[in-house]
Design a protein around this ligand. Structure first.
Ligand SMILES: Cc1ncc(COP(=O)(O)O)c(C=O)c1O
Length: 412
């Protein structure tokens, strides 16, 4: 076993078969590749255990155990208890289901605050509640930078505010919000806090208990997992949420009542592979092994964040030399951290054309609004052109950054 102060990207990359395809993959903010550990767990489930769980025969018992194990580890991933999380097909679906499940708590004139910066997943489902008389207030961004106007939250909070839905980190502006401080402010106003951690969780360790947040959601496929999402809620709140499933599902059956039809079993079992993968990183880099998965993960994320920050710094140092470039967001909040995701556009140049040229050079990258449509519009851009987004994952290495910068030098 080795002790390493920095992330061993050669070891990391060896876990991901698709990285050998010759491309520089930097559309990770859209979704990462999965490591072999996840593929193995999904394959193991499908080849050995593809039966309905919860029966008394052997293969069904194995299925039950693998799904339970995936859930337990994903709960530990965000420092929650297994009965406080729900698997769902996507963050969009999880937010929608929760919004419907807490609708009976709200009366005409109650207020919900949504942001202009969020991915639409954490906006549209809440806005739909306006049909039931809920007043939706928008927490806006600065038109020049896309940063949330923090002072505006004080103006928006009122004794009618029931919930504030905001993102832990913007998927285009890369700004990590000081979520614990915002949750405190929201609680002081007597409201609930709902956080979308989808753009945060790939880069930093999530601790829902430390945040004291009421609800938290994130998508596993952004941090090397299968296409699934986990929704966390404080236990007493989830218990009170209204059943969205068959009438005979009981209120204390949190997983089933909030997910009509139940979870995707092979991907719930595949979530064990996510933990296998991060543990493999842990054991490769650290000598001592804590019993607690969350503690091991937090150490791994320390390496990941330092590595990604260095790659982002290399890239932004180059981009800042490009005439006419506008880098979007990246105005640190009081939290101080930024995700290694860099959105930019170049005056007088088409983002679509730049991306086409980069794709020809085997740089896997995209452009547009990335479904954070409101902030892109607020900053005067169209969805069609939008921003070019470079989203690093921890498996990107210096050779990727070299090739990316060389290609950008040819195209910009
Ligand atoms: C911040 C953020 N929230 C939500 C989503 C949507 O997640 P899902 O595809 O799981 O609905 C995304 C996807 O890009 C995202 O970046």
């Amino acid at each position: 076993m080795m002790v390493k102060a920095v992330l061993d990207t050669a070891f990391v990359r060896a876990q991901f078969a698709p990285l050998a395809d010759g491309w520089v993959f930097v559309e990770n903010a859209g979704g990462t590749y999965v490591p072999r550990q996840v593929v193995d767990r999904v394959q193991e489930y499908m080849s050995q255990t593809q039966v309905q769980p919860n029966w008394g025969f052997a293969s069904s018992e194995r299925a039950t155990e693998r799904i339970r194990h995936g859930k337990q580890l994903m709960a530990e991933f965000i420092n929650a208890e297994p009965d406080e999380i729900v698997f769902g097909p996507s963050t969009t679906m999880n937010v929608y289901l929760l919004a419907q499940a807490i609708r009976p708590w709200l009366k005409q004139g109650d207020e919900i605050i949504v942001t202009e910066q969020d991915h639409e997943a954490n906006v549209g489902a809440w806005r739909r509640l306006a049909e039931f008389g809920v007043v939706i207030k928008e927490w806006q961004v600065d038109r020049a930078t896309g940063a949330l106007r923090y002072e505006m939250l004080d103006e928006l909070l009122s004794d009618k505010t029931r919930l504030v839905a905001f993102t832990h980190c913007s998927n285009v502006c890369s700004i990590v919000h000081d979520a614990a401080a915002l949750v405190r402010k929201i609680h002081d106003a007597g409201a609930l806090a709902f956080i979308d951690g989808t753009a945060y969780a790939p880069h930093f360790s999530v601790d829902v208990k430390a945040l004291d947040v009421d609800f938290y959601v994130c998508s596993l496929y952004k941090f090397c997992g299968p296409h699934q999402s986990i929704l966390y809620g404080k236990r007493d709140l989830l218990r009170k949420a209204a059943n969205q499933n068959h009438h005979f599902i009981t209120d204390d059956n949190i997983s089933y009542k909030l997910l009509p039809g139940g979870p995707n079993h092979e991907f719930a079992a595949g979530a064990v592979g996510v933990a296998d993968y991060y543990d493999a990183l842990h054991d490769h880099h650290f000598k001592t092994r804590e019993n607690n998965f969350h503690a091991r993960l937090t150490k791994v994320y320390g390496l990941i964040a330092a590595h990604e920050e260095r790659l982002a710094a290399r890239l932004t140092a180059y981009l800042n030399t490009v005439p006419g470039i506008q880098i979007i967001g990246r105005v640190p909040s009081s939290d101080g951290r930024l995700a290694p995701v860099i959105g930019f556009r170049v005056a007088g140049r088409s983002s679509a054309e730049i991306v086409r040229e980069l794709n020809k050079r085997q740089i896997a990258i995209g452009h547009g609004d990335f479904w954070a449509a409101r902030v892109i519009k607020a900053m005067g851009m169209t969805a069609e052109e939008g921003v070019i987004r470079i989203g690093f994952a921890h498996y990107n290495d210096d050779a990727d950054a070299d090739r990316l910068i060389a290609a950008l030098k040819e195209v910009l």
